[in-house]
Design a protein around this ligand. Structure first.
Ligand SMILES: Nc1ncnc2c1ncn2[C@@H]1O[C@H](COP(=O)(O)OP(=O)(O)OP(=O)(O)O)[C@@H](O)[C@H]1O
Length: 381
């Protein structure tokens, strides 16, 4: 069996603060295959971004206290800074919500995409020249090649009139075009894995849908593996092949999107779906999930959702919560699953979400296998 493109196993990422240790990620396991889009969804503070930041240790990533992160079978957990830098410029790219974090206001968009192409194409001798501060693009044909490739990438990201736009500056473009330019920069290195943290959250719905659609095309054309982080279940439904539902730094449920969103088994997934703006009738008010997310200080024993859960039992407050296999690759981490109550209502509503997102829901599972699987194997295929 070949290694998945990305395998995260039992990851614990923590931050030391004056008030104590923040357990931001508390035993997360997941995989991403080539040519697959895996979504991580959950409320604010559930640990989605810290999971993503832990992969390449960027943007104040915290301390990996335990667990492993492997890319194509190679363990990155103890990788040196120079190895991580090489991987960042080569096999893995990251895109964040705000394009301003990536784009430099004083260079044209075309120059920035071309520079990303150049860095990727740089061979050892050019690296030495860089070290000696020999100016960029001393070679006219190298510049022309990089510029041509930049225009091609901008075109692939649906930037209209890319040749002309390449000389424009970031402030001259809409948020949607800026985010497309950031994606062009991310793809300049022809990465195997793209980690996208809320890449369309700041955009209007039409632009969001176009960019998500483009991600799916890139997945197919380039066999790109994508880890897509979003708090929006609609985005996940529209884009992903599999989903990991996170809460309190832990995986609550995982599986194929069509299964998890049409037959959610965890009370938290159900609550999230019930609150989803895409999941309410037009005349129904959007409801917020009652209660507050758990305090990540000091970590928690038992299920982090217990305080807010309608199905809570004394067992939920203590010890390991069992992982239940409830369908092919569909797992739920809950002592009370499968739930028998008002599932029909949730399923009806969820099907509406899925069809609105133009996805093809699979047949709901009729049988649930309560067989327990290894606690650290929540999100794996
Ligand atoms: N630098 C930091 N120092 C201390 N705690 C942090 C730090 N960064 C994140 N955290 C904490 O880690 C937990 C997980 O944060 P994370 O950003 O991963 O959540 P999230 O699910 O991505 O939510 P959001 O969408 O709001 O970013 C939160 O409780 C957060 O406050």
């Amino acid at each position: 069996m070949t290694d998945p493109l990305l395998r995260i196993e039992d990851l614990h990422t923590q931050f030391g603060t004056d008030s104590g240790t923040v357990h931001a990620v508390d035993g997360v396991s997941l995989t991403v295959e080539r040519g697959e889009i895996v979504g991580i969804v959950g409320e604010s503070g559930s640990g989605k971004s810290v999971t993503a930041r832990s992969i390449l240790r960027v943007e104040d990533p915290g301390r990996i206290a335990a667990g492993t992160i492997a890319l194509d079978g190679v363990d990155l957990t103890d990788a040196t800074d120079s190895t991580l830098r090489r991987i960042r410029g080569d096999s893995v790219s990251m895109v964040f919500q705000d394009p301003a974090e990536t784009l430099n206001p004083v260079f044209s968009v075309g120059e920035q995409v071309a520079e990303a192409v150049r860095i990727h194409d740089t061979d050892g001798s050019q690296r030495l020249l860089d070290y000696l501060n020999v100016p960029l693009f001393r070679n006219r044909s190298a510049w022309t090649d990089a510029h041509e490739r930049a225009v091609e990438l901008m075109d692939q990201l649906d930037i209209p009139n890319p040749e002309h736009r390449s000389s424009g500056y970031p402030h001259e473009f809409s948020g949607g075009i800026r985010q497309r330019a950031v994606l062009a920069i991310a793809l300049a290195s022809d990465p195997d894995l793209l980690v996208a943290d809320e890449p369309t959250t700041a955009l209007d719905t039409t632009t969001q849908a176009e960019i998500l659609d483009r991600l799916r095309t890139l997945r197919d054309e380039r066999e790109l593996g994508i880890l897509l982080i979003s708090h929006d279940i609609g985005v996940i439904a529209q884009t992903c092949d599999r989903v990991i539902v996170m809460y309190g730094g832990k995986v609550m449920e995982s599986g194929p999107v069509t299964d998890v969103l049409t037959t959610p088994e965890h009370p938290y997934t159900r609550a999230l779906l019930a609150c989803s703006t895409r999941n309410v009738d037009a005349d129904e008010r959007v409801t917020a999930l009652e209660g507050r997310p758990p305090d990540p200080l000091g970590g928690h024993d038992g299920c982090p959702f217990a305080e807010r859960c309608d199905h809570v039992t004394p067992a939920c407050h203590n010890g390991d919560v069992p992982t239940i296999e409830c369908g092919e690759n569909h797992r739920v981490v809950c002592s009370e699953a499968p739930l028998s109550d008002d599932s029909a209502k949730i399923e009806r509503k969820t099907e509406t979400t899925m069809s609105a997102a133009e996805t093809q829901p699979s047949e709901p599972h009729t049988e649930v296998n309560r067989e327990k699987v290894a606690p650290n194997d929540e999100g794996t295929r």
